[in-house]
Design a protein around this ligand. Structure first.
Ligand SMILES: Cc1ncc(COP(=O)(O)O)c(C=O)c1O
Length: 386
């Protein structure tokens, strides 16, 4: 295993401690943040937050983007707009970062967990069908038979930037008439064919946390092709204030969820360098792919990259033979200040989601037992000024 650690280290010869991901900043970020500070427009109104939205629209090809304080609140607001209400169930995958299910809970709903599929680590269409098999449809929509609860939405997640079987999932959602909201927090730059993740359902959400491909410090985005939903998202995320030169009129209970201009200034600089950062992510992934090819005790997970979809390789993932091998690698790397991490504990095993309905999730458990998240920081030479 030391050979594997030495290989990963060799990608970063001038680094000591090695995190999973590090933001890549240059002069541009400093200049735009300073400009924003000097403008005094550091809060929810300003040119950078509008510009950030335009840049996300241009890059993803999704017609509308609404900048939000973080990816978790973006997902929460998207679910509210999708009509998720207290007491509902939202079908999602157990293998995800906790924020996916937290956002569902903020609506007063519960996640209903299904399995992920072996090829993508994302929500399995077969498992989704299996869960719907335990539901019945009538004029009011779908009801989970065992609990009597309404199925309000489906939320797949593109794990570590690998595109899930989104075409098939979107088809099931369309045929079932259940709103589809994609948690694309990890998949900026990942596409199904030419189509960016986050565009296959009624809304998608992105995260610009400091550990993502690009960062605004904290930040997120709702993306959609539905103009009315985009307008509602912007309205609700800005305290539902009705525009007026001097009166404070709010027409519903809104949220203070808009991304601050100061964060967006950082984001605009980051968006400018996004193509070269994605190139850097791919360069690192290609090195992993080549090094681990043909080994029998460990596999570098590549999802369906090059097989109809493009992964952004946000984090690199090694699959070991079993739990003891995965634990040994985690121990060795962390002792050597290479801060690898286990896969997130499957959400159905966490105390606050323990009682939620679910299918069997053998693939989820297998990934949890064997996967290690490995460094994917982009080497400095890709941090070029745009
Ligand atoms: C799958 C997933 N969903 C949601 C989020 C939440 O994003 P944020 O940290 O911006 O709130 C994250 C990451 O942080 C994530 O990985």
């Amino acid at each position: 295993m030391q050979e594997y650690i030495d290989f990963i280290r060799s990608l970063y010869p001038d680094k000591g401690a090695l995190p999973l991901h590090e933001p890549a900043f240059g002069k541009m970020e400093e200049e735009l943040v300073v400009d924003c500070v000097r403008s005094t427009f550091v809060s929810t109104v300003g040119k950078y937050v509008d510009e950030m939205e335009r840049m996300v629209v241009d890059f993803t090809g999704i017609p509308y983007a609404v900048a939000i304080v973080n990816g978790t609140q973006a997902l929460y607001l998207a679910l509210l707009l999708a009509g998720v209400k207290a007491g509902d169930l939202v079908i999602t995958q157990s293998l995800s970062f906790v924020a996916t299910s937290n956002a569902i809970r903020y609506c007063g709903a519960d996640p209903a967990f299904v399995d992920v599929d072996n090829n993508t680590m994302g929500l399995s269409p077969e498992s989704l069908r299996e869960f719907l098999g335990g539901c019945q449809r009538d004029a009011n929509g779908w009801t989970h038979i065992a609990s009597g609860r309404r199925i309000a939405a489906i939320v797949p997640m593109h794990t570590l930037g690998h595109v899930c079987q989104i075409g098939e999932i979107a088809r099931i959602a369309r045929e079932s008439d259940i709103p589809l909201v994609e948690d694309a927090a990890e998949s900026l730059g990942s596409r199904e064919g030419e189509t960016h993740t986050g565009s296959h359902g009624i809304m998608g959400t992105l995260s610009f946390n400091g550990n993502k491909v690009i960062t605004t410090g904290g930040g997120g985005m709702i993306v959609t092709s539905n103009e009315a939903l985009a307008k509602k998202a912007k309205h609700l995320s800005t305290t539902a204030k009705v525009p007026h030169p001097y009166e404070f009129m709010h027409d519903s209970v809104g949220y203070n969820f808009r991304m601050p201009n100061l964060n967006a200034a950082l984001g605009v600089a980051q968006m400018r360098r996004l193509p070269s950062l994605l190139e850097g992510q791919r360069y690192v992934a290609d090195q992993y792919r080549e090094f681990f090819a043909g080994r029998s005790d460990v596999t570098f997970f590549t999802g369906r990259d090059g097989l109809g979809s493009t992964s952004n390789f946000w984090l690199n993932c090694l699959l070991f033979e079993d739990l003891p091998a995965r634990n040994a690698f985690l121990e060795m790397t962390n002792k050597q200040k290479m801060f690898t991490r286990a896969m997130w504990k499957p959400l159905h095993t966490l105390p606050m989601f323990f009682e939620c309905p679910r299918t069997d999730v053998p693939v989820t458990m297998d990934f949890y037992n064997r996967a290690v998240h490995c460094p994917a920081t982009v080497p400095g030479r890709f941090v070029i000024e745009a």
